[in-house]
Design a protein around this ligand. Structure first.
Ligand SMILES: Nc1nc2c(ncn2[C@@H]2O[C@H](COP(=O)(O)OP(=O)(O)OP(=O)(O)O)[C@@H](O)[C@H]2O)c(=O)[nH]1
Length: 247
């Protein structure tokens, strides 16, 4: 802790001297002038010191602001990296789990599970780097086919989710069919000589259900699509059940 008396010892002494001089009616004009010079010299020194301190504190504040900005940028980057897939820039698995669980606290959530068909063959035939480019190209096509409110996620190597909060099962089916049709309309730009198709599983989670339940239902539907020959959309069987008729 700084002691103000210690810090300004010299100035206090000059000040005290000046006070005594001001009170001394017998003091000669020359002696008064000499005291005044002393005060002026110290005053000048104080101005110089204050200016130096203000400049230093301005510099420190600017440096602090710069570091704060860097910290915020770093936090945003870490947050982005923790929630996004580095290859495709869509949400990663943990972000999708959070979004679905969050969505299910306030309403229903429809889920489309998309799995590229025979992707291993693409890797084997054209190489892993081409496989990566196929994944990115397919994601671009999915982006163009889904509404803004949909969250696209990569939950496995060649498995993707399209999360549709508050959507009805019919809307989810339409969107899945639209992506399916778009993949069948033309080959991906990066691999024009080879059609890349996908299978889709669609389901709906009721309010207050959870990720595991919804994902498992969509996965069962996806398995059905694969089993039936791939390159198609399957709806979870729960949605085929008719409500019991009253007698
Ligand atoms: N290029 C590339 N390949 C990946 C990536 N992640 C997973 N894979 C490959 O994806 C392939 C998935 O193969 P499988 O699970 O047998 O599925 P599939 O060949 O698509 O067959 P079906 O799903 O049954 O139609 C494996 O060969 C993985 O190595 C990735 O990030 N990049």
């Amino acid at each position: 802790m700084l002691d103000i008396n210690e810090l300004f010892r010299e100035e206090y002494s000059v000040l005290e001297d000046a006070r005594l001089a001001a009170a001394d009616r017998q003091l000669s004009a020359d002696a008064c002038r000499e005291k005044l010079w002393g005060v002026a010299k110290h005053y000048q020194r104080l101005i110089r010191e204050s200016y130096r301190l203000i400049s230093r504190s301005d510099r420190a504040e600017r440096e602090l602001n710069r570091m704060n900005e860097q910290l915020q940028q770093l936090a945003a980057r870490l947050e982005y990296e923790a929630t996004h897939d580095p290859l495709t820039a869509v949400f990663n698995r943990s972000a999708i789990i959070n979004q679905i669980n969050q969505g299910l606290t306030t309403g229903s959530v429809a889920l489309i599970l998309l799995d590229i068909d025979h992707f291993k063959r693409i890797n084997d035939e054209y190489g892993h780097p081409m496989g990566d480019r196929v994944i990115c190209s397919l994601v671009s096509r999915v982006r163009r086919a889904v509404p803004q409110s949909a969250a696209i996620g990569r939950v496995g190597g060649e498995e993707f989710t399209i999360v549709l909060p508050e959507a009805r099962i019919e809307e989810a089916m339409i969107i899945a069919s639209y992506i399916h049709a778009s993949l069948n309309a033309s080959p991906l730009e990066v691999l024009p000589q080879q059609w890349v198709t996908a299978s889709f599983g669609v389901s709906l989670g009721a309010k207050e259900s959870d990720f595991e339940t919804l994902y498992s239902a969509a996965d069962t539907a996806l398995y059905t699509a694969k089993k039936r020959g791939r390159n198609q959309v399957a709806l979870h069987e729960d949605f085929f059940r008719q409500p019991a008729k009253a007698c």
